[in-house]
Design a protein around this ligand. Structure first.
Ligand code: TA6
Length: 320
């Protein structure tokens, strides 16, 4: 992280709802390869924690309710490594890179430090934060390798409005002189009291394919039609395209609504016991605690972003 975050820039420090912290202090029970810079937000309607790496919301708790996000008890805080939980942003590609498997899964936006451009106490119960990531980065990408991460240039902006709900606005602008393919997802981890009792509605009749079926190569997967709500009994890793605006995660009497605009895809994920056992930052003991309901634009919903073009999308997460 940027040394810039050893203190907050003065225009941001003036926001009374923010406090600078770090991963070792806030999460002493997690694993740390290094202390990552974190921002704590506290207003009359919520408390939240955001990692500067990835501009990743790690936790969000309404003042009068249970958390909306899940952060793995085994999360690993390591520079350049995605943190397991909250809302990592997968960008500028979702999943494995289409042509080059050596490039990072889910792009690189979640692995890099973002710049906090602005922070504002909108009122006593609402905090607005504006984060920015530029690629290429003037420092990190000063000497680009022969095969850069992306043949193109962009500026991504993520606006967070935190009240008794989470409101996110993503903007990606092509700042270069060539078009590049853009796919992305807000890979939200939500708490589930018991995975076996969890269900996701709002995808009925939508087309999906099964990424848990690793025997069938990506290009050969046959699309299926969703019937009823999505249930979890084993690994679930499904990409849905052309989905309606809202999905609901139901679990043990609790309902979260995830509502997107210009987010035509949804990805529903839980690793199940076997895969979770092989994941150092989840483990067999924690996979039952969360469901990912991800929204974005991937596969057939991804796009080519032309020079100067801006892609915008919105996501709101509420408890009913
Ligand atoms: O969104 C589902 C998924 O793409 C799964 O295939 C699974 O691997 C998950 O994301 C987590 O990916 P990560 O790179 O964060 O380990």
């Amino acid at each position: 992280m940027t040394a810039a975050f050893s203190t907050l820039p003065s225009h941001i420090a003036r926001c009374p709802q923010l406090q600078l912290s770090d991963s070792c202090s806030l999460y002493p029970d997690r694993q740390h390869a290094a202390a990552l810079s974190l921002l704590k937000v506290k207003n009359d309607r919520c408390e939240a924690v955001i990692s500067v790496q990835g501009a990743q919301l790690l936790s969000f708790q309404p003042a009068h309710g249970k958390p909306l996000l899940w952060l793995s008890p085994k999360a690993i805080f390591q520079p350049g490594k995605a943190i397991r939980g909250g809302i990592p942003l997968c960008l500028p590609w979702f999943g494995p890179h289409a042509d080059d498997p050596s490039k990072p899964q889910h792009g690189f936006a979640r692995n890099r430090d973002w710049t906090l451009l602005d922070a504002e106490a909108v009122d006593t119960g609402t905090t607005r934060l504006v984060w920015e990531l530029r690629y290429p980065d003037p420092v990190a990408d000063r000497s680009p390798p022969a095969d850069p991460l992306l043949a193109g240039a962009f500026r991504a902006q993520l606006v967070m409005v935190l009240s008794d709900r989470i409101d996110l606005e993503l903007e990606v602008e092509n700042t270069g002189n060539q078009a590049f393919p853009l796919s992305w997802a807000l890979h939200s981890y939500h708490p589930a009291a018991d995975i076996a009792a969890a269900a996701v509605s709002g995808l009925e009749e939508c087309e999906w394919w099964d990424n848990a079926d690793r025997a069938t190569p990506a290009g050969q997967k046959v699309k299926q039609l969703q019937s009823g709500a999505v249930a979890f009994n084993g690994e679930v890793d499904r990409v849905y395209i052309n989905v309606p605006a809202a999905q609901q995660l139901h679990c043990g009497g609790d309902t979260l609504t995830i509502r997107g605009k210009n987010c035509a895809s949804a990805v529903i994920w839980n690793p199940g016991a076997a895969l979770a056992t092989s994941m150092a930052d989840v483990g067999a003991e924690h996979y039952q605690e969360f469901v990912c309901v991800e929204r974005g634009n991937t596969a057939e919903n991804s796009c080519q972003l032309a020079p100067g073009e801006i892609h915008r999308a919105w996501l709101t997460i509420t408890r009913d």
